[in-house]
Design a protein around this ligand. Structure first.
Ligand SMILES: [Zn+2]
Length: 207
């Protein structure tokens, strides 16, 4: 097996980036790019002799995209995201946090299937925390990168514009709890969990 998962919490609020490397193919995919994540990604790519081909964004919140420009400039990785976060990604609000607009190469949507690292991935739209929240599910590996929709025993905030708990609850029930029970969920913050565990134990959305 030549597939490796590197968990890289980075940025001011410990946002998880996930770097998947396939050392046999010499290719890598990064899921989310918190600020300064490149500092952690670069040495791994060098050590494992992998080229970063793609950068997948689970949603357009600043703490998941602050590092995109630096990663793309260094690697030329193609960025994928959901079009419902187009405004957040392309015209970030001016504020105290320095954010460069993100250039998205591929807009993904519910039910899309993409191939990366020789694996098939299904994209599921999980709005409620952010309009363009998506998860990337690989059935063959039994894992999904689920962003800020659900956390271990918790769920994402829903007090953002065009978001809300009813919508998030629907996303979790129809798009996350319908994944195979043993699927490992890698969230945007905190440690991993499984679909079965959250269905049984999540205090906000019981399966
Ligand atoms: Zn978020």
């Amino acid at each position: 097996m030549s597939l490796y998962l590197h968990v890289l919490p980075a940025g001011p609020i410990e946002t998880n980036a996930y770097l998947l490397t396939d050392t046999a193919r010499g290719e890598a995919v990064l899921i989310d790019a918190p600020g300064e994540v490149w500092r952690d990604v670069k040495p791994i790519l060098e050590r494992e002799a992998c080229v970063l081909k793609e950068l997948w964004l689970t949603h357009g919140h600043w703490d998941h995209m602050q590092g995109v420009a630096e990663v793309v400039a260094a690697t030329g990785a193609q960025v994928s995201a959901h079009a419902d976060d187009k405004i957040l990604l392309e015209t970030p609000l001016p504020g105290t946090i320095r954010l460069a607009p993100v250039k998205v190469a591929r807009w993904v949507k519910q039910g899309d299937r993409v191939t990366a690292l020789g694996l098939e991935w299904e994209i599921r739209h999980v709005p409620g925390h952010c309009p363009g929240s998506v998860l990337f599910w690989c059935a063959a590996q039994g894992l999904a990168f689920s962003g800020d929709a659900i956390f271990r025993r918790s769920v994402g905030r829903t007090d953002f514009p065009n978001c809300g708990f009813p919508q998030l609850e629907k996303s979790i029930r129809t798009q996350i709890y319908t994944l195979p029970a043993e699927t490992i969920l890698y969230p945007g913050h905190g440690g991993p969990t499984t679909v079965a565990e959250e269905r049984a134990e999540n205090p906000h959305v019981r399966g």
